[in-house]
Design a binder for this molecule. Structure first.
Ligand code: GLP
Length: 286
């Protein structure tokens, strides 16, 4: 896991969008896993801007979203299909036929979940999976005690999630109690994970997810097992991390991030990180 702390929510979202754009440039038919939520709106706004100004090309890209509410057709303005169409898909040159979300209005929900896994497999799996985190510690809608080996299925939404997302519905009662979500196993199978969290409200759950013991009570802790997970957070969300200086030092010295750092970030002043690794020494990523 590599943990990158950016000064503001804007700069964190900007870095995430640049990573996605670079992956798209390197592999134009990228299989891109997408996420929803307020946090991601800035990422999608950046991607739309990069598409317009820099010609970032989505024409061959395939996308798979993490989740969708059960009972909401794509035409419902609270559906994640509606969110994706309006925040990203209709504003870039992606082929809508290549954009996938679970169908929350499917007559046979279990068949829909199996079908979604098959579609991902037919695309040879997800190259890059964008992830946010809910206050319950969920990824997608994998709520506490989700199995780390789970596949796409229906989950009951937790009271914490109902409280967090209910405010986006006309009345909280209108928020569905169930969602189809990629499983933790589906997410962990993706070749790279790109996690974004911003704001002080997320500081406690971010600290538990990144530094706490691995537990299905906080499904995001499973990312500690992923072989290539890039975590991007702002200072506010990093507020309760014990080892923030160590993460800053790695980011400041890791050559792969050179182009992303800008001028303001020099290697750690005293040449030693928290763990005593000398500045400039290669750090293995995990
Ligand atoms: C929803 C999504 C999650 C997302 C979360 C964060 O619950 N199912 O995938 O991580 O929202 O939302 P926000 O960015 O609004 O905090």
């Amino acid at each position: 896991m590599e943990i990158i702390i950016r000064p503001t929510a804007e700069s964190a979202a900007d870095l995430v969008a640049r990573v996605i754009a670079d992956e798209l440039r390197a592999k134009p038919d990228l299989v891109l896993g997408l996420a929803t939520g307020k946090t991601m709106e800035a990422v999608y706004a950046n991607l739309v801007r990069m598409h317009r100004l820099e010609g970032i090309d989505f024409s061959r890209c395939r996308t798979f979203n993490l989740d969708e509410y059960v009972g909401l057709p794509g035409s419902d303005r609270n559906s994640y299909r509606h969110y994706m169409n309006h925040n990203l898909f209709l504003n870039v040159n992606v082929d809508l036929k290549n954009t996938h979300l679970p169908d929350g209005a499917a007559a046979d929900i279990e068949a829909e979940c199996r079908h979604y896994e098959q579609l991902i497999a037919q695309c040879d799996g997800i190259d890059l999976q964008l992830l946010g985190i809910g206050l319950s510690g969920h990824l997608g809608f994998n709520e506490p005690v989700s199995s780390f080996r789970s596949r796409t299925r229906v989950k009951v939404l937790s009271p914490v999630t109902l409280a967090q997302n209910g405010k986006f519905f006309p009345t909280p009662e209108q928020m569905p109690r169930h969602a189809i979500t990629m499983g933790m196993g589906t997410i962990l199978d993706s070749r790279r994970c790109l996690f974004l969290a911003t704001g002080a409200e997320k500081a406690e759950i971010v600290a538990k997810a990144l530094e706490g013991p691995v537990t299905s009570m906080i499904p995001a802790t499973a990312l500690q097992f992923h072989p290539r997970c890039t975590v991007v957070i702002d200072e506010a969300a990093a507020g309760l991390l014990k080892e923030a200086d160590y993460y800053r030092w790695i980011f400041a010295n890791d050559l792969q991030w050179k182009a992303y750092r800008g001028n303001g970030e020099l290697p750690h002043r005293n040449g030693h990180a928290h763990n005593g690794v000398p500045a400039g020494q290669a750090i293995a990523r995990s």
